[in-house]
Ligand binder design. Structure first.
Ligand code: G3I
Length: 372
């Protein structure tokens, strides 16, 4: 074939769109589930500073909301009285704003990871009720005020009830008394009147805890406090929570006139010693090989259980979508999930929807299909 004909043939080839080359990319969770509620991920500092560029990419592609996994907690953001460490929290908000991600604040009042100095004076003696109220006021006012108008809503109080519905005897409770709930919500509202305010807890499908939190919502509203939603953390397992209890909690909370959020969704795939349900961060156990059965990967059967269990959760979220404001996965990829180290350090867990190679897991396609 002479040169001229060859060049015409090549040029014409360029004009023919090769079938399938410019394939429309598959819709992601944020494209489809994002039409029903916020679909988010908890991000660590490596992600927001782009040190973990692959995690950052995965977040931008699949989610429309983020929450800081740790850097906005008391002990990290407010290490000493009148000394704040804003750098990671600022970068988290910046990462969210630059990538069109709705930013959620976590968390203002929590007994775990609270600033070490918060409850004691210079001599190490427990502070008075007035002093703690003043310290809680300044902490909430400074943190919420700094991000006024930039953070959609805050986990004002985290994990303040025991599973049996009694008040958790935290230093906030012991020193201030149950009024700390109302004070914390009022301080947060004063610092950013447009921010949504949430109460957040785990094992929220337990009837006694559900009742206690519904009572809290009623009490806060009766006292004129703003409360927009309750977070059911959803650190779930293959055999907990009972899904009827789970649905009953959604219905009970919706009846109280608040939105429901699934704020820390993950799925523990490993056997746990004793009854390590929920997410009591203070619980720990020593490493035992038999408690770490999937070092090399999930078995076919375990993978099937994982897929079926996640689909069961999202079927419920679809059923109650009108009551649900947000579903946040507690982490980005399996490799950095807290579940690898809780309650037993150094294990290989598979609790999230993105695997250790930053690949979206196959079940996500089926989850998306539920909502299409
Ligand atoms: O930043 C330090 C680092 O400097 C140090 O070298 C390292 C080793 O000691 O610790 C690092 O801090 C750790 C932090 O995560 C950041 O990685 C803390 O020890 C560790 O306790 C902390 O764990 C977090 C845990 O909350 C306690 O704050 C988990 O990542 C986080 O996923 C988990 O999240 C909580 C929610 O906030 C509330 N609901 C329960 C959920 C699970 O416990």
């Amino acid at each position: 074939m002479n040169k001229r004909i060859l060049s015409i043939a090549l040029a014409s080839l360029m004009l023919v769109p090769v079938a399938g080359v410019a394939q429309k990319s598959q819709p992601t969770m944020k494209d489809v589930l994002g039409k029903y509620f916020l679909i988010g991920a908890a991000v660590n500092v490596n992600t927001v500073w782009n040190r973990d560029a692959k995690a950052a990419e995965v977040v931008k592609k699949n989610f429309n909301s983020i929450v800081a996994e740790n850097c906005m907690k008391g002990e990290e953001i407010h290490p000493e009285e009148n000394v704040y460490d804003w750098k990671d929290a600022d970068q988290t908000v910046k990462f969210g704003e630059e990538n069109g991600l709705t930013v959620i604040g976590h968390c203002l009042v929590w007994h775990s990871q609270a600033p070490k100095w918060m409850f004691v004076d210079k001599e190490g003696k427990t502070v008075s009720r007035e002093v703690l109220i003043d310290r809680m006021y300044h902490h909430i006012t400074e943190v919420v005020g700094r991000y006024k108008g930039r953070i959609k809503g805050w986990d004002v109080i985290n994990e303040a009830f025991n599973d049996d519905g009694t008040y958790r005897e935290t230093p906030y409770y012991k020193i201030i008394g149950p009024e700390y709930f109302e004070l914390a919500f009022k301080f947060a509202h004063a610092a950013d009147p447009d921010a949504e305010l949430y109460y957040n807890d785990y094992s929220m499908s337990k009837p006694e805890k559900r009742e206690a939190v519904c009572r809290l919502v009623r009490n806060l509203k009766a006292k004129g406090c703003r409360i927009d939603a309750v977070g059911m953390q959803s650190h779930n397992g293959l055999d907990y929570p009972d899904l009827t209890d789970y649905e009953n909690s959604i219905k009970a909370l919706a009846k109280e006139g608040v939105k429901v959020q699934f704020t820390e969704l993950d799925l523990n795939m490993l056997p746990n010693p004793q009854n390590f349900g929920g997410a009591e961060i203070s619980q720990h156990a020593n490493y035992m090989k038999k408690m770490d059965p999937y070092k090399k990967g999930l078995t076919k059967n375990a993978q099937k259980q994982f897929n079926e269990r996640y689909l069961a959760f999202f079927k419920i979220y679809k059923k109650y979508a009108k009551d649900i404001e947000r579903v946040t996965i507690w982490g980005v990829d399996d490799g950095t999930s807290w579940l690898n180290d809780w309650p037993i350090p150094g294990r290989t867990n598979y609790g999230l929807l993105i695997d250790r190679n930053y690949q979206v897991k196959p079940v996500v396609k089926d989850i998306i299909k539920l909502f299409e």
